[in-house]
Design a protein around this ligand. Structure first.
Ligand SMILES: C[S@@+](CC[C@H](N)C(=O)[O-])C[C@H]1O[C@@H](n2cnc3c(N)ncnc32)[C@H](O)[C@@H]1O
Length: 203
């Protein structure tokens, strides 16, 4: 009984944390480029995608995720939280169902693939806003930032989740992001930092 109560408490706490994070992200999105081609890298259940649609009113929102089970480097729980490929397939089906109206209207498209091959499909200087929340390893963040930069328009913004938060990836997100800023110091400016969200604008 005690355990059931604490599981319920845990769920409540997680829901409250998610709500706080979403309201902070909503606030931040208000200052981001509106009406542009936008991408979300790392979509999971597509919950934040709805907020991106509502707040940014993008010309098109492209959702990129392989929905593949991946082990984290510590050999712990799956990188993405789902333990079996069947679970991942179900989540993918649920996301396509959730956005079927927008997909039919051409407002949303889904690329079921890893970010690197997916980003190669975009023309240079075409993306106005990118939300990066996929592979949190140093290599993953570094290669995604490097691949994104030429695809962004001038004035385009890349926003990252988990900027200073440390999970299995330790300081990888921070390190890759800071190196990216240093490598392009004259061509980027920090646009906003709120909680663990950070956004950088291409000049
Ligand atoms: C933290 S979840 C994304 C959460 C989502 N952005 C949100 O706020 O609701 C991370 C997702 O990244 C995906 N992912 C992991 N590696 C990826 C990669 N290389 N390219 C694209 N997505 C990746 C996983 O499949 C997982 O669904």
């Amino acid at each position: 009984m005690g355990e059931a109560v604490s599981a319920e408490d845990r769920r409540k706490k997680q829901a409250e944390q998610r709500e706080r994070k979403d309201s902070l992200r909503r606030e931040m999105l208000k200052t981001m480029p509106h009406g542009r081609l936008s991408v979300e890298i790392g979509v999971w259940k597509g919950e934040f995608s709805r907020i991106l649609l509502e707040e940014l009113q993008p010309s098109k929102l492209c959702l990129i995720d392989p929905w593949q089970v991946q082990q984290d480097p510590d050999g712990g729980a799956s990188l993405a939280g789902a333990r079996t490929q069947k679970d991942m397939d179900r989540i993918y089906d649920a996301v396509t169902g959730k956005y079927s109206t927008e997909i039919a209207k051409g407002q949303v498209s889904i690329i079921r693939d890893y970010s690197q091959p997916a980003l190669r499909l975009f023309e240079d200087q075409s993306i106005g806003f990118a939300y990066l929340d996929g592979d949190h390893s140093y290599e993953g963040v570094k290669t995604d930032l490097d691949a994104l930069l030429p695809k962004m328009i001038e004035g385009g913004v890349i926003m990252l989740d988990d900027y200073h938060r440390r999970g299995w990836w330790k300081d990888d997100v921070m390190r890759a992001f800071h190196e990216f800023l240093g490598a392009h110091s004259a061509g980027l400016r920090l646009k906003a930092i709120m909680g663990a969200q950070v956004a950088v604008e291409k000049l």
